[in-house]
Design a protein around this ligand. Sequence first.
Ligand SMILES: NC(=O)c1ccc[n+]([C@@H]2O[C@H](COP(=O)([O-])OP(=O)(O)OC[C@H]3O[C@@H](n4cnc5c(N)ncnc54)[C@H](OP(=O)(O)O)[C@@H]3O)[C@@H](O)[C@H]2O)c1
Length: 268
Amino acid sequence: MVKVVSIIGAGVIGGAIARCLARSNIVEKVVATRRKIEKLEILKTEGIELSEDNLHAAEIADVIFICVKPGDVEKVLKQITHKISGKLIISTAAIIPLNFYHSISPKSKFVRTMPNVAALVGESFTAYCCDENVTREDKEIVKKLLRTLGSCEEVEEKHMDAITGLSGSGPAYIAHMIEALMYAGLKVGLPRDLAMYSAAQAVLGTAKMILKGGFSPSAIKEMVTTPGGTTIEGIYQLEDGKIATALIKAVEAATSKCANIRYSWNNK
Ligand SMILES: NC(=O)c1ccc[n+]([C@@H]2O[C@H](COP(=O)([O-])OP(=O)(O)OC[C@H]3O[C@@H](n4cnc5c(N)ncnc54)[C@H](OP(=O)(O)O)[C@@H]3O)[C@@H](O)[C@H]2O)c1
């Protein structure tokens, strides 16, 4: 069991992490910080301690999550650096490489993660990579903590931008598709709630078939597409609309944007 975990920058992702950790049985105390602390009042109902003081939060914690925007990471890290020597620091910031964290606090143990917003419902996929100071025992702690958000996997750092473009941004792509399917339902005369539910449940059910049922996407397509039937009419229109190309371009563009932002950030 970890005694104290502090979340610095409890916004969308940090707030979700604070909740997941507070609901788990593996952390004794969770502390959450941000400057507009009044926006965190709701977290008190989950037993989360609130603070505006990053230094105090860093000092009392065994593990610290840094969940501020990438542009705020350097300031926050420099502010707490003399309180985090030897501690495990888990950052959710996109684009920032491990060697940057290490250069500011060489004696800390850094983990770079890319969760997604599905952490709000405990269904994030979180990829992470670790710097050389992170021990095997630390990695066990990291896994336990990240599993409270959903599933997680250690990856090589070179994959982090692609993970950001695929699964970090993924909920936005899927939400866009669910919304489009909902409108499609309206177009063919379904009531709004029924259209939304049937679209979202089709996505959830298909994902479960792949992840839990072991079906491949092509096997699922084969099962649904009967010769001369209805589904092939829909597939034909999807192909005509180049949906696969659009998704590939979306992930490629989001991935390259990580490198572009990092370039500007390095040369600021
Ligand atoms: N949103 C996503 O889907 C997602 C997915 C994966 C990774 N991420 C990464 O996670 C990080 C957070 O993203 P987000 O979407 O959760 O952003 P967010 O909602 O803006 O949260 C960031 C929080 O940091 C706080 N903050 C800023 N400066 C601070 C300081 N000096 N001390 C304490 N708190 C401070 C802000 O609150 P105050 O202004 O009140 O201080 C804000 O609530 C980013 O680095 C992003 O790359 C986000």
